[in-house]
Design a protein around this ligand. Structure first.
Ligand code: BG6
Length: 516
């Protein structure tokens, strides 16, 4: 157990900036679905309670389920009652909720939406500021945007328009490069890139946003943030949950598409990109894309010689409880070849990172939930303690802890009192909850608010998504061939032999998933 030092924090809150969202109407397609109930509505309510929702905000739910406004408000109220945050003031919040049912493929539904928006704009004194949120299966994205375009609600009706209608789309953005390109073309027929907000909820996490603050608001780390000082980087998103009730989607997706193409590569780009000239959307997104473009194509020399490996969980034990294997999960095909764990070794071919390996792993049903970016520094160049037998000192490790603990830790060596040469590894640890109290806001709060403010910084841009798919295209192609193995791991494992081999062959090892 490494002893911990709790830092004393100099708390200055002079650098906080938060603006209330602009008056707008949020039109949610799939408003009776799971995402709206679990994430969108509770996040809006939290914004409302923080006074970050404009008094001129309204919500128009659209979907196939039949509700009147009153029935929909009642359904939302019931869902909110299940929320631990309570429902104080809910009636005022709900009074701006409306619902329209219809068929997504029917043009008259969109005409009705247009009519309703005119009416609600007048009631709520909103001047044509509309956000269309697609909380529906991706197969419907193309047809909904087509109809929105045909109904003309994708444009603003004035000659001078400072607020173009926005379109929010959830991942997955395509299934591979070809489908992502096609989807993109469909959406771009009616919406410009500046109108499109592609959600990657990892970018809304406080600790992921903190990567930028940590790197670029401190002078002491950036000079060391390169190949001269850093030995390697490990990026981990480990989950102990399985596919839960989402196997219908997951079984056609798998860990590579579900986590790696988006969340993992987004975290990697934030941790490794060059400093942007300003904290604005385009400069930040430009740097992220440049980083992604510099990733060396993953080596897939053959089934047994790849820099990326995959596996699927079989039954096992997590926290003392037996859990079924992936193939036994509800809605999973009996012979499914879907991977639930991916591990990879990547390199970024640029001046800063040349030959620094980045080890990435993500999986479900692992021993513990842990998301982190660990920066392992090089060993000291020369140990003056070698002569007294202390030549094997652990290197410094800086960990950006994303979840479940949220914070930063730095391990270093220090003298232990007593003997002349006795050293200990200490860890300086900062946890958000200890310092800033309550849990960080749910990432959808940040993302919804930014969308109302027209700030695209935390949303994936078209080229970003395409570069990620391009990088993974050869992997998907290889994995479609039978000879590329799908290994197994028992639920509750930390890893599997071939993932270990990726890093061990370089004389390194994965960090443990368990709390140290
Ligand atoms: C989603 C994936 O994007 O992220 C899920 O589709 C995954 O499969 C989830 O479980 C993990 O998110 P979080 O915020 O719990 O780490």
């Amino acid at each position: 157990m490494i002893p911990e030092i709790q830092p004393s924090i100099l708390r200055q809150e002079m650098l906080c900036a938060e603006m209330q969202g602009r008056p707008c109407g949020l039109i949610v397609f799939g408003a009776s679905g799971d995402l709206a109930r679990r994430k969108i509505v509770p996040s809006l309510f939290a914004l409302f309670r923080r006074d970050l929702l404009s008094p001129h905000f309204y919500f128009l739910g659209c979907g196939r389920s039949e509700y009147t406004d009153v029935q929909y408000r009642q359904a939302v109220r019931e869902a909110m009652e299940a929320e631990p945050s309570g429902t104080g003031n809910a009636e005022r919040f709900l009074s701006s909720f409306y619902y329209l049912s219809g068929d997504y493929t029917d043009a008259s539904f969109y005409e009705a939406i247009g009519g309703r928006l005119n009416e609600l704009d007048r009631t709520h004194k909103v001047s044509e500021c509309h956000i269309f949120y697609l909380s529906v299966p991706p197969t419907l994205y193309g047809s909904i945007t087509e109809h929105l375009g045909a109904a003309g609600v994708n444009r603003c009706g004035r000659s001078v328009c400072e607020y173009l209608p926005r379109l929010v789309v959830e991942k997955p953005f395509g299934h591979d490069l070809a489908s992502a390109t096609k989807l993109d073309a469909q959406i771009h027929r009616h919406f410009e890139e500046s109108q499109i907000y592609r959600i990657d909820h990892y970018l809304g996490k406080e600790t992921v946003q903190n990567i930028l603050m940590f790197r670029f608001a401190n002078a002491i780390f950036e000079p060391m943030w390169n190949r001269n000082y850093i030995d390697h980087i490990q990026i981990t998103i480990a989950e102990s949950v399985g596919v839960e009730h989402r196997a219908g989607y997951y079984d056609h997706s798998g860990a590579l598409r579900d986590m790696f193409q988006n969340h993992m590569l987004q975290m990697m780009s934030l941790a490794m990109m060059e400093p942007p000239p300003s904290f604005d959307a385009e400069p930040i997104r430009d740097e992220k894309v440049k980083l992604l473009r510099s990733i060396r194509p993953l080596q897939i020399a053959g089934p047994w010689n790849s820099d990326i490996v995959r596996a699927q969980y079989v039954s096992g034990v997590i926290d003392g409880i037996g859990v079924p294997g992936y193939l036994q999960e509800k809605d999973v095909g009996p012979n499914s070849q879907t991977e639930t764990f991916v591990a990879a070794k990547a390199f970024v071919d640029n001046w800063r990172w040349k030959d620094v390996p980045v080890y990435l792993r993500t999986g479900k049903r692992l021993a513990a939930k842990r998301t982190e970016i660990a920066i392992q520094f090089r060993q000291v160049p020369h140990s003056l303690f070698a002569s007294v037998g202390l030549d094997d000192m652990p290197p410094n490790v800086l960990v950006l802890k994303i979840q479940p603990e949220e914070g930063i830790s730095l391990s270093f060596q220090a003298k232990r009192p007593g003997s002349k040469t006795c050293m200990s590894t200490l860890r300086m640890n900062f946890n958000y909850s200890d310092i800033f109290g309550a849990q960080a806001p749910e990432s959808y709060q940040r993302l919804l608010l930014d969308c109302m403010l027209g700030d695209q910084t935390l949303f994936a841009r078209q080229d970003d998504v395409m570069v990620a798919w391009t990088l993974l295209a050869p992997v998907l192609e290889a994995w479609a061939q039978e000879e590329f193995p799908l290994y197994e791991y028992p639920a509750g494992s930390e890893s599997f032999a071939h993932a270990d081999q990726l890093i061990r062959s370089d004389g390194r090892q994965w960090r443990s998933l368990r709390p140290s």
